[in-house]
Design a protein around this ligand. Sequence first.
Ligand code: ADP
Length: 160
Amino acid sequence: MFKAVFPGSFDPATLGHMNIIERASRLFDELTVIIAENRQKHYFFTAPERFEIMSELIKPWKNVSVVIWDSLIVEYMRQENIRLLLRGVRGMEDFSYEFELSMMNKSLYPDIETIFMPTDPRYFVIRSSSIRELASFKGDVSGMVPPLVADALRAKFKQE
Ligand code: ADP
C-alpha cells in the first residue's frame, strides 16, 4: 500500500497545488494533504480556514484526506507510519530549496523518501504569494485558483 503526504502552507490553495493532488491521487493508494501550521510564520488564512477550503477541494478524490499539523512533517509521518513525502516543483529555484529540505528531512527520519513532482506547464507561474498580492489589488485570480478560493479571497479582503 503506497501512502504519501503532501505538506504545504496552501495559503491559499491554487490550481498548481490541486493539479499535483489530482495526479498524486492516481499514483498513491492514499494521500494526506498536510496543512502546515508553523507558529513562527504569519499566514493570510488561518489554519482552520485553509483546512476548510482544502476539505471542500479534495471532495472529488476518495483516497485524499487533509489534516492540520503544527509540528515537524516527519513527526506526522513517523506517527502515521507513512514513508513518502511529496513536493511539487516549479523550476530550479524551487528545486534547490526542496532538495535541501529533503536532505534535512532524510537526516531527521532516514526511512522516508521525498518525491518531487514537476508542475504542469499551465501552472508554472502560479504561487500563493503572487495570488494574495493580485487579489489585494482586486486583480482577476480566476485562472489561478479554484472558484471557492477566489470567493474566499474576495471575502477576506472585504473584511480587512
Ligand atoms: P510551502 O510553504 O511549504 O512551500 P506551499 O503551499 O507554497 O507550501 O506549497 C506546497 C507544495 O506545493 C510545495 O512543494 C510547492 O513547491 C508546491 N507548489 C506550489 N505551487 C505549485 C505549482 N504552481 N505547481 C506545482 N507545485 C506547486
